[in-house]
Design a protein. Structure first.
Length: 211
């Protein structure tokens, strides 16, 4: 995965809605003896094998001039969050769904088109909840296109262990377990597993502030 498709976010950007482990409940994992950056690279390789197209790894350890996590630093908060998007075909179906055919739509045009359609389908007025959710998704995709924002579909976070390297490895092992489902060919189970890691979108822990 080239450097443009992988980024680091420092300090830690913990996903909204994920429960934090209490300090006294964090564990040691002495059998995981590899250095910090070795676990980081192993995690990135595991994500590549799963077909991830964009990833942000967030923790409280800054990068050094060589682009690696700075060794010898162990922050008081050892949590790790990994935001990622799997490879998908670009989806511009929002144009037809929202009825927007301008080659350069504005946010105001997108919001106006959404409001016009949403008034018919809003659950509070007896509309179809599923159709309303679909319209909202297309509105968000359209806004993301105009604002040129990276939207991350999934997030996995871990702070159960006392050191950042152990939490990095725990996330790696989680990804490996998900890939095992994929290797079994049970795509429906895989999608169910991924739903549990869906990232909240804009302004709600989606990792778009990562640099």
């Amino acid at each position: 995965m080239d450097q443009e498709k992988r980024k680091e976010a420092h300090p830690l950007f913990w996903p909204e809605g994920w429960v934090r482990t209490r300090i006294q409940d964090r564990k040691a994992q002495l059998s995981w003896k590899k250095p910090l950056n070795e676990y980081r690279e192993s995690l990135i390789k595991e994500l590549e094998r799963m077909g991830v197209s964009q990833v942000v790894i967030s923790c409280n350890i800054p990068l050094n001039l060589r682009g690696q996590l700075t060794a010898g630093i162990e922050p008081r908060d050892p949590g790790v969050s990994v935001y990622f998007t799997r490879k998908v075909k670009e989806d511009y179906s929002w144009q037809d769904v929202l009825g927007i055919h301008s080659p350069d739509p504005t946010l105001a045009e997108i919001d106006a088109a959404f409001r016009s359609l949403a008034s018919r389908y809003h659950p509070d007025t007896g509309g179809d909840p599923e159709m309303f959710r679909t319209l909202t998704m297309h509105r968000d995709n359209a806004r993301a296109y105009v604002q040129n924002k990276q939207r991350f579909d999934y997030v996995i976070a871990c702070d159960q262990f006392k050191e950042v390297r152990w939490n990095l490895n725990a996330v790696r092992l989680t990804i490996a377990a998900i890939r095992q489902i994929e290797r079994c060919g049970t795509s429906s189970l895989l999608e169910r597993a991924f739903r549990g890691f869906a990232a909240l979108q804009e302004g709600s822990g989606n990792g778009t502030t990562a640099a």
